[in-house]
Design a protein around this ligand. Structure first.
Ligand SMILES: [Mn+2]
Length: 292
């Protein structure tokens, strides 16, 4: 059994950009990244989307329509399972068709057998205790794969490690039902595998960059293979390059259409001349003594 895992597609995300062709919207990049991930459907028996399909709880109608077109087209070929992330605080059943053949939209914890696998689905929860309760419902007598949208203890992003002791929505071993071995996780945009005692949480990461800090990160999806051994691998896919300008010399190697964060207005023209699409950032205030 082969499974395609993607998450954090953030359809409908907006960004104010100078230098891009008229009418261009950052949403096009997120849509292209979703399409690139879904193009892997030929290689799998099941698709799971681990949350944050949309960037907002009330995405524009045309964005919803584009998502529905794609998900229903894929679901006509192999089953598609999707859960809401923290960006979809009103759930997804009001936005996506729940009667479309092959598409399962789970706004609550669910356990189901599909494509020869038993899968648990747990939507994002603001509180790890609530997540623990929901995951027990989703796991029941056991699952091959638990799909969720949550930070797990030990997960990392640049300059930060998620800790359940610091944030009430971060889950750790005591929250994870016994017997759960593999988790297809969403929420954290940096692809990674977080190993725990007896379990592993595999984050596919976001399919497109949604912040400049994600500039150096590879973006893509995860392909799972459930045979006698369970194996997974990250498949890097295209994403628009992004960088932050700390000095004019950082413009070296900028690609045409690269998104460049510029905090010094005096540098904007040089960046545009280099082919960059410019995002203006606020100047950072110097941190002196006595300031925090
Ligand atoms: Mn999220």
């Amino acid at each position: 059994m082969r499974v395609l895992q993607l998450s954090d597609t953030h359809l409908g995300a907006k960004l104010r950009v100078e230098g891009a062709p008229k009418g261009w919207s950052r949403h096009e990049d997120h849509l292209a990244a979703l399409d690139a991930a879904l193009a892997l459907v030929d290689q799998v028996d099941l698709v799971v989307h681990a949350g944050d399909l949309f960037d907002s709880a009330s995405p524009p109608a045309e964005v919803v329509e584009q998502a529905v077109d794609r998900l229903t087209a894929v679901a006509a070929r192999v089953p598609v399972l999707i859960i809401p992330g923290n960006h979809e605080r009103n759930g997804l059943t009001g936005l996506l068709p729940c009667d479309a053949s092959g598409l399962t939209v789970a706004d609550g914890a669910r356990r189901l057998s599909v494509a020869g696998l038993t899968v648990g689905l747990v939507p994002f929860e603001r509180d790890a205790g609530r997540w623990a309760h929901a995951s027990r419902v989703a796991v029941g007598a056991g699952v091959d794969l638990l799909v969720h949208h949550q930070g797990v203890d030990g997960a990392r992003v640049p300059g930060y490690t998620f800790r359940s002791t610091r944030h009430s929505d971060v889950i750790a071993t005591p929250h994870i039902p016994e017997g759960v071995r593999w988790m297809a996780s969403g929420h954290i945009h940096l692809h990674q595998c977080v190993p725990g005692p007896g379990w592993s949480a595999v984050y596919a990461g976001s399919t497109e960059r949604s912040a400049f800090v994600e500039g150096p990160q590879a973006k893509g999806a995860v392909l799972w293979d459930f045979e006698e051994d369970v194996r997974w691998r990250f498949v890097p896919l295209g994403a628009r390059p992004m960088r932050e300008l700390h000095a004019l010399s950082d413009l070296r190697g900028v690609e045409m259409g690269e998104l460049v964060l510029v905090r010094e207005s005096a540098w904007v023209q040089a960046a545009l001349d280099a082919g960059a699409w410019v995002v203006r950032g606020r100047r950072l205030k110097p941190r002196g003594p006595g300031r925090r």
